[in-house]
Design a protein around this ligand. Structure first.
Ligand code: G
Ligand code: MN
Length: 375
């Protein structure tokens, strides 16, 4: 048996028909909820093979592997998943699954050569295969970033390798394995671990996505711990359509965030700041608008690159190393990190970014200090 209920021969025939484009692939989309706002932040695309091949996609990929067709199958699935971005509601990202071996394969390079951008795409590196060449993975991460995409480490904590993946790959998202989430409200060891990984994520400017949220009690605990994103049957099942959250789930999040008083949102301490796509354009805006004292240079996906500020001496100052922070990071944590910078840039403003890595505003050290003193 190659996979599920099909015989080896049947499986090989079905696989061949898929790869030839004669049998369509289906996707289901599971919402990933913003656990501060009660909205959908993104969707994970989950491939669904024809029923006769068996129920679980993993078995089908393994079956394809045995036939020497895994890379071809991953290329097809990935290409179609990337194309599904056209169905995305505004301001949402699409998360797709990729094995590390595929990420380093010529087949992936081939997929990349046929796309012009990866804006709005998150690539989850799955944990089932080990990685021997992290340099190559970092290079692939940079290629993805240069095209506007972001990387995630999937199922973090499920095997010894995934923690190593986090340290080595420094992804933008860490998907916390559902093993940590199950009963996190009643198991202090689990909530302590979630908190610890959350703190590590803040330092990496990464977002945590809690997987496998199945109950209200788990959701409440995750919100209390300040986990920014969540996914699971309780919040929404995989569905052929990219659906919004049910109103009762939206309310479940919003009411908890209000009563819990744990809402971490740095936007309330931030200042608006115009953005331009080149340093020249930023400097010229400063020279003509006397009322503006800082302009952010952003890339084509709106991600901050450098801040150009009006100063008395010298007249214009460009930060060598811009510090970026996520909206849901605690103000105290941010200050501690900012003040650990070398003296010449210790008090430079920080760039606030959302979960797509886009620039939201600047954070000034004096405002943050005042907010903490007043709290
Ligand atoms: O490893 P990965 O996170 O990509 O796994 C996604 C799988 O997890 C999908 O097959 C999806 O159906 C399943 N899944 C999604 N939400 C939940 C959940 O709340 N509980 C469990 N047990 N499985 C889930
Ligand atoms: Mn996944």
């Amino acid at each position: 048996m190659a996979c599920g209920s099909a015989s080896s021969e049947q499986f090989a025939v079905l696989l061949h028909r898929i790869l030839e484009g004669h049998l369509p692939l289906m996707f289901h989309f599971q919402p990933i909820a913003d656990m501060q706002r009660g909205t959908v932040a993104g969707y994970e695309a989950l491939v669904r093979f024809p029923k006769e091949m068996g129920p679980a996609p993993d078995f089908c990929f393994e079956g394809a592997d045995r036939l020497g067709k895994r890379m071809a199958l991953e290329a097809l699935v990935t290409t179609q998943a990337i194309a599904a971005r056209r169905f995305l509601p505004e301001d949402c990202f699409l998360s797709i699954n990729l094995g590390p071996r595929f990420l380093l394969s010529p087949e992936w390079k081939n997929v990349l050569s046929s796309v012009t951008d990866l804006g709005g795409l998150v690539i989850e590196i799955t944990e089932e295969e080990s990685i021997s060449d992290y340099d190559a993975v970092r290079e692939a991460r940079e290629q993805v970033r240069a095209l506007g995409g972001l990387l995630a480490v999937d199922d973090a904590g499920s095997g010894y390798a995934s923690l190593k993946h986090i340290v080595e790959i420094k992804p933008s998202f860490i998907k916390l394995d559902r093993m940590f989430v199950r009963n996190c409200h009643s198991d202090r060891a689990k909530s302590a671990l979630i908190e610890m990984i959350g703190r590590a994520a803040d330092r990496l400017d990464a977002w945590i996505i809690a997987e496998g949220v199945e109950t209200q009690a788990e959701l409440d605990e995750l919100i209390r711990l300040g986990v920014p994103l969540g996914q699971g049957y309780f919040l929404g099942r995989p569905d052929p359509l990219m659906r919004e959250l049910m109103p009762d789930k939206e309310e479940a999040i919003r009411s908890r965030v209000k009563t819990g008083g744990s809402r971490k949102d740095l936007r309330k301490h931030s200042d608006m700041c115009p953005a331009r796509s080149t340093r020249d354009a930023a400097e010229s805006l400063l020279s003509i608008e006397a009322g503006i004292d800082a302009v952010m240079v952003v890339d084509q996906w709106g991600r901050p690159i450098e801040l150009v500020e009006r100063r008395h001496d010298p007249m214009v100052h460009c930060q060598p190393e811009l510090m970026k922070v996520q909206i849901a990071t605690g103000a105290k944590e941010v200050l501690q990190r900012a003040l650990a910078r070398p003296l010449p840039c210790r008090f430079d403003p920080l760039a606030l970014i959302n979960n797509k890595g886009e620039f939201e505003g600047i954070l000034r050290i004096d405002r943050l200090m005042r907010a903490l003193l007043d709290s």
